[in-house]
Design a protein around this ligand. Structure first.
Ligand SMILES: NC(=O)c1ccc[n+]([C@@H]2O[C@H](COP(=O)([O-])OP(=O)(O)OC[C@H]3O[C@@H](n4cnc5c(N)ncnc54)[C@H](OP(=O)(O)O)[C@@H]3O)[C@@H](O)[C@H]2O)c1
Length: 354
């Protein structure tokens, strides 16, 4: 096996996608997947040749009896790997950080872990270089990833002073049938954590973020108003966003169900949309800046950043631009015109981004 050998622990919504994305990278290989119960995604991964490891020794027989052959336990998986991505549910993964640490394996965690438990929140366009040589990082959550792509991009060009985002969140994912409100909207109290995450990632930018959960699983929508200190030309904002990696400004359906159907009909695995969609028709000039609406495919958006985080943490690729491009080409989402070489300075004056 050549390249960075990566273990994935947890094979749910995010884990199955991370495992697939690793298999597609020319400089990475999937060492195996750690599970503790039989899920269709684990069976499918095994069928495609992935090695499966049982993270809870008492459950090994149960897995094998259900037709999932097991190659060993978590320690065996870590021995075969250079790094690990833990994709178990929110607030559960950090408990394994000491095990990864004593095995000497850098660990990437997902958006549901607390920043304080991991020590670094990562998002490629904001702080790729900060992960080098650390033993752990968490990739920002799906909504924060979307916000950072826009805010980090526009900050360099226009100088973002602050803003307000309203996140309209899906109650559940399509593969979590047992979860989610069936009617009505639920408002989250106070500010959501996304504002603090963005402030950590793009220092100097202070947002207020609020959220409402909606009975849908077709994808999140965020309404964002940014204070740039002056009105700006909508076309200029769109040109800048269109050159920002992983942001698409194509004319696409402005309804999440239709948007999902459009991508489901594409040859992409699971109809995934790792790119952030900024609807061009939604971009409006305001007295102090710009407002826009964006669509976030929550199951897919953070996958490219997770792959970049592995390269950054393991110090196998010092250049953010090269990692961005390598990830996107391998995932089949790279675009002509995306400013990979210096993604946060797309067309902008130097020196404004902290
Ligand atoms: N879903 C999203 O849209 C989304 C978006 C961005 C970030 N995230 C973040 O990504 C992380 C994972 O979320 P998810 O939605 O993928 O969760 P999920 O669909 O519930 O998948 C988690 C998987 O981990 C397994 N698991 C739990 N404990 C385990 C253990 N000790 N060893 C091995 N496997 C174990 C679970 O299986 P059993 O418990 O049945 O064994 C389940 O299959 C969370 O931090 C979440 O906040 C999620």
């Amino acid at each position: 096996v050549s390249g960075l050998r990566v273990a994935v622990v947890g094979c749910g919504t995010i884990g199955k996608r991370v495992a697939d994305a690793i298999c597609r990278q020319p400089d990475m290989a999937l060492a195996g997947i750690g599970v503790r119960s039989v899920h269709p995604a684990a069976l499918a991964a095994r069928h495609r040749g992935a090695r499966i490891f049982c993270t809870e020794p008492g459950r090994r027989r149960e897995l094998e009896a259900a037709g999932l052959p097991v190659d060993g336990e978590l320690d065996d998986l870590l021995r075969l790997a250079d790094a690990v991505v833990d994709c178990t549910p929110s607030r559960q993964a950090a408990a394994r950080l000491p095990a990864y640490h004593s095995a000497g394996r850098p660990a990437v965690f997902c958006g549901g872990e607390r920043h304080e438990d991991i020590g670094l929140t990562f998002s490629t366009l904001a702080n790729y270089e900060a992960a080098a040589g650390r033993d752990a990082a968490k990739v920002a959550s799906c909504n924060t990833t979307g916000l950072v792509r826009v805010v980090a991009g526009l900050h360099r060009r226009f100088g973002v002073r602050g803003g307000h985002a309203v996140l309209v969140r899906c109650a559940t994912d399509p593969d979590k049938a047992a979860k989610g409100v069936v009617a009505g909207l639920t408002v989250s109290p106070g500010r959501t954590h996304h504002a603090d995450d963005v402030a950590r990632l793009v220092p100097g930018v202070r947002l207020v973020t609020q959220a409402v959960t909606a009975p849908t699983n077709r994808g999140h929508v965020a309404l964002l108003e940014l204070d740039l200190g002056r009105p700006v030309d909508e076309a200029e904002v769109l040109r800048h966003l269109a050159a920002t990696p992983r942001v698409v400004t194509d004319r696409l359906p402005m309804a999440t169900g239709e948007l999902r159907d459009r991508f489901s009909a594409s040859p992409r695995p699971r109809g995934d949309r790792p790119e952030l969609v900024v609807w061009p028709e939604s971009v409006v000039r305001t007295d102090r800046g710009v407002a826009l609406a964006m669509a976030i495919h929550m199951e897919a958006i953070a996958i490219p950043e997770t792959i970049d985080c592995l390269r950054a943490l393991c110090a196998v690729e010092p250049s953010r631009g090269r990692s961005l491009r390598a990830t996107d080409e391998a995932l089949g989402i790279a675009r002509e015109g995306w400013a990979y070489e210096d993604p946060v300075v797309v067309g902008g004056p130097a020196g404004r981004h902290a």
